[in-house]
Every structure is written in structure tokens, then in C-alpha cells.
Design a binder for this molecule. Structure first.
Ligand code: FAD
Ligand code: UDP
Length: 366
């Protein structure tokens, strides 16, 4: 008999969901994290009374009613609707791409006019089946929107040419021919009132947690019947098949002595020459009225194995390398690989919870 039923590596949303469900089933878990806090990338730090999304803006959105009800057990959500704006040089546009964007871009009013301009702009390109992000974007929104709002931002974000990126990245964004600035199409959306930490804290209530503990530096890893690993899958196997690539992100956070700096939680800077991708003004996620404000400039940065991995780069090369790691993982007894890093997938929060609950179902068969 080992000391624990499960050693859960990573106190992010995947690890915490698994721990919560295992505890409910009477299992003894130890959760470790190499950071000095729980929550993984959804962790919020309180500054000037404002919940600062320390690892980037996090907006919960889902179309899955069950998952919405599941997270609502742990927090009450507000009615925040994400509607970022994009600044290109001295022009300002609404996102996602919708009639407000097109009307400003071309001084037009109707969907028919917008569709006609896009069709005219892409006529000569002859794109039948988009093979990459550039072709996908052009075929959806035409040349002007692509040049002003997509190309610079995307190349800054991914440090890769748009023709070398997969088209699914841009398909995440809605495209609408209505005047609707909601960034998401999902039925349910909001920010937990009081921030995300309470969700993880409630999930981990009654579970043993050790912080500042790196799995790879444990003297004894053999303390549990099974391990749930939510760190990078390639690192688990000591990079023996090669390194999976990520983008990293760096934040410059400032407290400003003003009540309202940019009038919106998220403002994207879509021209290449501005070094950051976006500025987040955190108080607007919770309609804050504090005297001061906190903003974070978000810079996309090249990643090395020493940096924090943020975005998996799911292109053909990395996906096929991941498939080989997955084969190894499937042959590794008593280890469950999960989450954004363990499954090398560009998962949103709802999808991470779904995949953790799937892992729970497979594990406990109840
Ligand atoms: P993580 O949160 O990364 O947790 C993994 C944990 O494992 C970390 O705490 C890490 O420290 C720990 N760990 C790793 N290796 C080790 C080790 N060797 N030993 C011990 N611990 C280890 N999703 C949305 O739904 N909406 C959004 O608006 C949104 N915005 C995002 C913005 C950014 C900038 C990023 C990067 C992601 C965003 N996401 C968003 C996605 C969301 O962050 C993830 O879906 C979710 O946090 C993933 O949870 P996870 O548990 O898989 O991973
Ligand atoms: N994107 C863009 N212009 C924008 C916002 C997004 O071209 O102003 C593209 C970019 O390629 C980005 C993708 O859309 O990587 C997905 O954007 P999202 O806001 O979903 O990215 P995330 O919040 O995950 O960083």
C-alpha cells in the first residue's frame, strides 16, 4: 500500500478538478505544484483591491450547460461579456469581426454591402480550400481586415508567418454579419465574482497540497498508486523524442493613478510595430470602481525549455511529435496525462474541465 491513491502534479484547473472528484470518491490525494500558489494559469493576484489575472486575461465561456452548472458550484459568475477593441495605428475597431468592424472599415451599413466588398477583395485569390491561417483569414474577411487586424497581431503573437500557421487558430473567433461585439458565441459567459482563486480553493478543500514542489526534483516519486501529470508531456519523458514548441507570454503590469485608463478590459494592438499584443485593464472584468487601476501589457515571447510554457503550437510538426509522445504515454502504466501541457492542446477552461471529468469517468467507471 502506497501513502496516497493519487499524486497530482499541477494545481491548475485539470489537477484541481481531478483532485476534487477523487476526494469525493474517498481517495487520498497529494497535489503538488512547482509554483508558490494554486490555480495554474487562472490564478488571480489582488492588487489595489483588483483581481489581477496574473497569467493573462481569463474569461469563462461555454456552451455546455453541465459544465456551466459545474463551475457555478464553486463561484457565482457576473454578466461580463467580452468585447475587445482593436487599435491599428490611429484607427479603432470593434472585435470580433462583425458589422461594427466592417461599417467602420468601409463606411457601409448593410451586411450585403460588407459581403460584396469581401467577395470583391478575394475574387482574384482563388482560395477554394484554405491551407493555412492567411488563406483562411483572407477567405473569411477579405484583404483590408486581414492586413489591418489580423496579420500584424498574429505574426506578433506567434512569431511565425501566417502562411506557416494552422487555420484553426483564426476559426476560434466568431465572424458575424450582425452588429454584435460579443467575442464569443457561447451560451454562457462571465467572470467569477471575486476572481478565480475561490474555485480552485474550494476544489482543493480538504486535499493535501504542497507548493514550491517540482515533480522532477522529488526524492521519491513512488508515493502513490497512480500519478496524474499536468506538466509538459515531453519533459516527463526527458525530451527523448524531441522538444514540443510553445509560445510564452510576458506581462508588464503597472498600477496607474487613474480610475479608468482605456475604458475596456481588453484592447488589442494589431500593428506589428507596437511591441505588445494587447493591454488588459483588469478592473473592468468585475466592473470595478476602485480609485486606481492596474493594467498589463502582454508581450508574446520566444520560448525555451527554461521558460513558462503558455500556448502549445499545434502545427503539423508538433502534433506529430505529440502523437509519438502520446504513444509512450499510453504505454506508461499508472500515469494519467492531462491538461494543456499534458495533452499539448490549446484548451479553454471549459474544455479542460470536460477533459478532467472524462479522465475521472474513465478512472472510476462510476
Ligand atoms: P495550467 O493552468 O497550466 O496548470 C498546470 C500546473 O502544473 C501549473 O500550475 C504548473 O506550475 C504545474 N506544473 C507544471 N510542471 C510541474 C512540475 N514539474 N512539478 C509541479 N508542478 C508542475 N481559457 C478560457 O477558457 N478563457 C480565456 O479567456 C483564456 N485565456 C487565456 C489566456 C492566456 C494568456 C493563456 C495562456 C490561457 C488562456 N486560457 C483561457 C486557457 C486556460 O488558461 C487553460 O485552459 C487552463 O488554465 C489550463 O489548465 P491546466 O490545469 O491544464 O494547466
Ligand atoms: N487574432 C487577430 N487579431 C486580433 C485578435 C485575434 O488576428 O485582434 C487572431 C490571432 O491569430 C490569435 C487568434 O486570432 O492568435 C485567436 O485569438 P484569441 O483572442 O482567441 O487568442 P487568445 O485569447 O487565446 O490569446
Amino acid at each position: 500500500m502506497k501513502q496516497y491513491d493519487y499524486l497530482i502534479v499541477g494545481a491548475g484547473l485539470f489537477g484541481a478538478t481531478f483532485a476534487y472528484e477523487a476526494k469525493k470518491r474517498g481517495k487520498k490525494c497529494l497535489v503538488i505544484d512547482k509554483r508558490d500558489h494554486v490555480g495554474g494559469n487562472i490564478y488571480c493576484e489582488k492588487i489595489e483591491g483588483i483581481n489581477v489575472h496574473k497569467y493573462g486575461a481569463h474569461i469563462f465561456h461555454t456552451s455546455n450547460k453541465e459544465i456551466w452548472e459545474y463551475v457555478n458550484q464553486f463561484a457565482e459568475f457576473n454578466n461580463y461579456i467580452n468585447s475587445p477593441v482593436a487599435i491599428y495605428k490611429d484607427e479603432l475597431y470593434n472585435l470580433p469581426f462583425n458589422m461594427n468592424t466592417f461599417s467602420k472599415m468601409w463606411n457601409i451599413k448593410t451586411p450585403a454591402q460588407a459581403k460584396a466588398i469581401i467577395a470583391e477583395q478575394i475574387k482574384a485569390l482563388n482560395i477554394t480550400e484554405p491551407k493555412n491561417l492567411e488563406e483562411q483569414a483572407l477567405s473569411l474577411v477579405g484583404v483590408d481586415v486581414y492586413e489591418k487586424l489580423i496579420k500584424g497581431y498574429t505574426e506578433k503573437q506567434w512569431q511565425r508567418n501566417c502562411i506557416d500557421l494552422p487555420s484553426f487558430i483564426i476559426k476560434r473567433l466568431p465572424l458575424r454579419f450582425t452588429y454584435d461585439n460579443n467575442y464569443f458565441n457561447d451560451r454562457y459567459q462571465g467572470i467569477p465574482i471575486g476572481g478565480y482563486n475561490q474555485i480552485i480553493e474550494k476544489m482543493l478543500d480538504g486535499v493535501e497540497v504542497q507548493l514550491n514542489k517540482d515533480y522532477f526534483e522529488l526524492d521519491d516519486k513512488d508515493i502513490a498508486e497512480k500519478t496524474v501529470f499536468t506538466g509538459p508531456i515531453d519533459k516527463y519523458f526527458d525530451y527523448k523524442l524531441g522538444i514540443l514548441e510553445y509560445r510564452s507570454v510576458r506581462f508588464e503590469t503597472e498600477i496607474l493613478d487613474c480610475e479608468n485608463y482605456q475604458g475596456n478590459a481588453v484592447v488589442n494592438y494589431t500593428e506589428r510595430e507596437v511591441p505588445y499584443t494587447r493591454i488588459i485593464e483588469h478592473k473592468h472584468f468585475e466592473f470595478g470602481t476602485q480609485a486606481k487601476t492596474v493594467i498589463s501589457k502582454e508581450y508574446s515571447s520566444e520560448w525555451t525549455t527554461k521558460d513558462e510554457p503558455y500556448y502549445p503550437i499545434n502545427n503539423a510538426k508538433n502534433d506529430s511529435l505529440y502523437a509519438r509522445y502520446k504513444e509512450l504515454a499510453d504505454k506508461t502504466p499508472n500515469v494519467i496525462f492531462g491538461g494543456r501541457l499534458g495533452q499539448y492542446k490549446y484548451y479553454d477552461m471549459d474544455k479542460v474541465i470536460i477533459s478532467a471529468l472524462d479522465a475521472v469517468k474513465a478512472e472510476f467507471k462510476d
